[in-house]
Design a protein around this ligand. Structure first.
Ligand code: XMP
Length: 518
């Protein structure tokens, strides 16, 4: 396994994902980890990740010196390379000017890291060229005496360095992003070749491990799970069902703000198909009555969250002998809350998932996805036999349609929105665009706009369509859907739905516009 030290870069998690894609377990830890903790984790190698700070400043973070004294291979990426250079006797030069984007590096020395890797050949020197992604201001100005320069660009003469006897490597560019075409191979060279880590991290293996762990933790006692129909809780349900069968009870709360047929699909997949015990609670009226007259988005979120807890709590108290609560917490949630506690990582997204479980319930937590990234959770889901469409469904916010109906939520609005959304999603599937977008949905605008029907003018509601492409949901670009597709969706919504006279398409990027409208 590989240890990744975090200096606060947005890309750190991506490095961990890439390493796991190679089939090797990796964990992200804060840069101020102790030597004892490293020994306990017992990695095959260490990656020092990027970070927003400047090595040239006195109080900027450093890797623990022991990292370079344990005899383990070390790969420094971006800030990680700079701090490695500085800590081992080289020099880093500060710069206000950032280099951001594509660059072509020339491989000056083919170390084990760059072995047989090239995108092009430099015709003058006959050396290999790589297309890479750069994102840095500072750069290494002088490598430590024991290192050699292994790659360069005109604007960054020390783009990579190595001390091969010690198996220390540094790259200024980012091998973890897909824009660096050979990035994954470079990481493979490090992880498999240089660190000699074994590929033991596969979905089947993870499932087997987790089943054993859950059985060990739970014994013959009972577990409760709030099943939302989202990917994470669905995978937890399938996994726990496999591990402990009837000792699992799921509660599915229909809050009246779900997508079309969502409740039916959940019951079909889990209760009927897999034989999971699912209690479905129809709480539409309760939720809608609590939301009556409430306009403020944050107030709506709170009400929906609190009502969920009340309903869930109520249902749970009817079931006897439950001692555990299962949750679909995944690794990014764990890293994010750890980072916000140390205050080091520049936290951009505050996460707003249904966090609060009723404290009074005094249940112990079962969190079998705590170590997994989203794409791993998905692969697990497929391996466990969940339908592809469920596993690869777009994310849906906890407050559901409640934050897609602007202002006050009413049943009339929710019913129209559900239909409009279903038409949009159906047409995205038909046109093969669903999986090319990261999230797509309709929004209900409670304004009346004029339409002409026959001879009369009718004032009816407006539906906005939103579709975005994003990797991390922190930044997003609006999806460039074909006009014909938008036209078809618009025609269908206006013709098929009573009360809608106009459809618009949202062409705002995030930032500054968020993905949701509220
Ligand atoms: P924004 O709107 O902040 O959304 O750009 C980023 C991602 O988070 C989802 N989202 C939520 N998820 N509860 C949730 O569980 C919420 O209150 C909430 N608000 C936004 C959003 O759908 C997108 O995927």
């Amino acid at each position: 396994k590989i240890l990744i030290l975090d200096f606060g870069s947005q890309y750190t998690q991506l490095i961990a994902r890439r390493v796991r894609e190679i089939g090797v377990y990796s964990e992200v830890r804060a840069f101020d980890i102790t030597e004892a903790e490293i020994r306990e984790y017992n990695p095959n190698g260490i990656i020092l990740a990027g970070g927003p700070e400047s090595v040239t400043e006195l109080d900027s973070p450093r890797a623990p010196q022991c990292v370079f004294e344990m005899g383990l291979p070390v790969l420094g990426i971006c800030y990680g390379m700079q701090t490695m250079a500085e800590q081992l006797g080289g020099a880093v030069e500060g710069s206000k000017k950032r280099e951001f984007g594509y660059a072509q590096v020339r491989i000056d020395a083919e170390t084990a890291l760059f072995k047989d890797i090239k995108d092009h050949v430099d015709h003058v020197t006959d050396k290999a060229l790589l297309d890479v992604w750069m994102s840095h201001g500072d750069k290494v100005a002088q490598v430590p005496d024991t290192f050699i320069v292994t790659a360069s660009t005109p604007s960054c003469p020390i783009a990579a360095m190595a001390w091969e006897e010690k198996r220390f490597y540094g790259v200024q560019f980012h091998p973890e992003v897909t824009h660096t075409l050979q990035g994954q191979r470079i990481l493979e060279h490090f992880v498999l070749g240089i660190c000699q880590a074994e590929r033991l991290w596969t979905p089947a293996q993870i499932i087997e491990d987790q089943i054993a762990r859950v059985r060990d933790q739970v014994g013959d006692r009972h577990v409760l799970l709030g099943l939302s129909g989202g990917v994470d809780s669905s995978v937890v349900a399938a996994l726990l069902h496999k591990a402990i069968g009837d000792q699992l009870t799921c509660v599915f709360v229909d809050n009246g703000l779900l997508r079309k047929d969502e409740g039916e699909q959940v019951m079909e997949t889990f209760a009927r198909h897999m034989g999971v015990k699912v209690i479905r609670v129809d709480a539409e009226e309760l939720f809608l009555s609590k939301l009556e007259g409430v306009n403020d988005p944050e107030a709506k979120r709170k009400i929906i969250g609190n009502t969920f807890i009340d309903v869930f709590d109520d249902e749970a108290s009817k079931i006897e002998g439950v001692e555990f609560l299962a949750q679909g917490t995944i690794y990014p949630d764990v890293i994010e809350s750890a980072a916000s506690k140390t205050g080091k990582a520049h936290v951009i997204k505050s996460h707003h998932n249904v966090g609060g479980l009723p404290e009074t319930m005094k249940l112990k937590l079962v969190e079998p996805l705590r170590e997994l990234f989203k794409d791993e959770v998905r692969r697990l889901g497929l391996e466990l036999g969940l339908p592809y469409d469920m596993v690869y469904r777009h994310p849906f916010p906890g407050p559901g349609l409640g934050v897609r109906i602007l202002g006050e939520v009413k049943k009339e609005y929710a019913d129209i929105l559900r239909e409009a959304d279903a038409i949009f999603i159906e047409e995205l599937h038909n046109a093969d665009w669903y999986h090319k977008t990261s999230q797509a949905f309709a929004v209900f605008l409670p304004v009346k706009s004029v339409g002409v029907v026959g001879d009369g003018r009718r004032y009816e509601w407006v539906i906005a369509l939103r579709a975005v492409e994003t990797i991390d949901f922190m930044t997003a670009r609006w999806a460039h859907l074909p006009y014909e597709l938008l036209e078809k969706v618009s025609n269908r919504i206006i013709n098929e739905l009573e009360g809608v006279s106009r459809v618009t398409y949202d062409v705002s990027s995030k930032p500054p516009a968020t993905i949701e409208w509220e």
